[in-house]
Design a protein around this ligand. Structure first.
Ligand SMILES: Cc1cc2nc3c(=O)[nH]c(=O)nc-3n(C[C@H](O)[C@H](O)[C@H](O)COP(=O)(O)OP(=O)(O)OC[C@H]3O[C@@H](n4cnc5c(N)ncnc54)[C@H](O)[C@@H]3O)c2cc1C
Length: 327
């Protein structure tokens, strides 16, 4: 059977491996301790935060069908949030999300979907791949210490675009397309409180400032009770402040959160920050996955389409479908 290495076990890599797993021997390498990538959840003493993707929508029939068994099993559910839009003059719009345009979350955390998808796969965790050496049909992977991670016929990267160029051999014919793809960063500020907050909403899209999103994460279904507020910076602010200290970023985002909501959040009993170096790619036109059949190399990920959970799914499925006749 053809041996395929997938670098990265975010949604695109997991979907790819599940879709093509009957036709090839697939091993995934993931640098983190768990899988799911940017569909991430962090817990701390009674608080719980989805510090990457907040929710996702399903516009395509294929993603809707894929989600059906997950919805039945309760791994994914609808989040009918009280949603507001906030601009410079305060709240400018309000609505309650409902079944007409469903907004989904993983249960009990956003990482649940990845966990289920990874259950039956061959995944090597805690293993950042540093180099791909060799030639088409005989690729060898190495980790940061130069350890040999095995030989493979094909290598598929499912990492953010900014990391593809550093990993892929120069022979990869789609490098130009990857390099043109920007993925601005984002900060996620996690605040835990000993008491409920007096906010009239669960989720807020914030415009024109350092902050782009605030959600009361314990309002999502199936969460722990601890009052958990998740604040995301805007991509522009993150890019301008990417090399600042955590202390600076936390203090700025706290001040801004209090200003936007009109409440003092300095009483938070838990404060943590996560820096996403590569967070949200813009829209990209072209193939949903980049496959070089001569070199037996491929690159997938949300950035092939757009920074959305659904796009990561579509990219993984597209590559699996096109590679089926090649492996
Ligand atoms: C702050 C934030 C908010 C978001 N909000 C939303 C939202 O509300 N709705 C929505 O639809 N989408 C949202 N997204 C986007 C969504 O999370 C992504 O579109 C989707 O999760 C991308 O999946 P992926 O598989 O393409 O990439 P990733 O999830 O990034 O997976 C890549 C994987 O590769 C691993 N990796 C990287 N380099 C290496 C290496 N050298 N060796 C081994 N492993 C490696 C990483 O650890 C990661 O697990 C958000 C993202 C962020 C960061």
């Amino acid at each position: 059977m053809t041996r395929i290495a997938v670098i990265g076990a975010g949604l695109s890599g997991l979907v790819f491996a599940n879709t093509l797993g009957d036709a090839a021997q697939i091993r995934l390498f993931e640098k983190s301790r768990g899988y799911g990538g940017r569909m991430a959840t962090r817990r701390h003493e009674g608080f719980q935060f989805d510090h990457g993707a907040q929710f996702f929508t399903a516009r395509s029939k294929s993603f809707q069908s894929f989600l059906e068994p997950c919805l039945e099993a309760g791994v994914v559910t609808r989040w009918d949030a009280r949603f507001v839009e906030i601009d410079s003059d305060g709240i400018s719009g309000r609505r309650i999300w409902n079944g007409e345009h469903p907004h989904y979350v993983g249960v009990p955390g956003m990482n649940a979907l990845g966990r289920v998808l990874g259950e039956k796969l061959d995944i090597v965790l805690d293993t950042p791949v540093d180099k791909i050496c060799g030639e088409a049909g005989d690729w060898r992977l190495h980790d940061l210490e130069g350890r040999d991670l095995g030989r493979f016929d094909w290598v598929v990267t499912s990492v953010p675009a900014g990391q593809v160029a550093a990993l892929m051999p120069v022979e990869f014919s789609h490098l130009g397309a990857v390099e043109g793809c920007s993925m601005p960063g984002c900060y996620a500020l996690m605040l835990g409180f000993s008491e409920p907050l007096s906010l009239e909403w669960d989720a807020a899209l914030v415009r024109n400032g350092a902050i782009s999103w605030i959600s009361v994460d314990n309002s999502k279904p199936g969460r722990v009770d601890g009052t958990s507020l998740l604040v995301q910076s805007s991509n522009q602010w993150a890019e301008a402040n990417m090399n600042r200290t955590d202390r600076y970023v936390v203090s700025q985002l706290m001040v801004e959160t209090s200003r936007v909501t009109g409440q003092d959040f300095s009483r938070a009993e838990h404060i943590a920050l996560h820096r996403w170096r590569y967070a949200n790619p813009g829209q990209r036109r072209g193939a949903r996955s980049l496959i070089d059949s001569r070199q037996r190399l491929a690159a997938i990920g949300d950035w092939c389409i757009r920074g959305r959970v659904e796009s990561a799914f579509q990219s993984g499925v597209d590559a699996a479908r096109r590679m089926r006749s090649l492996v």
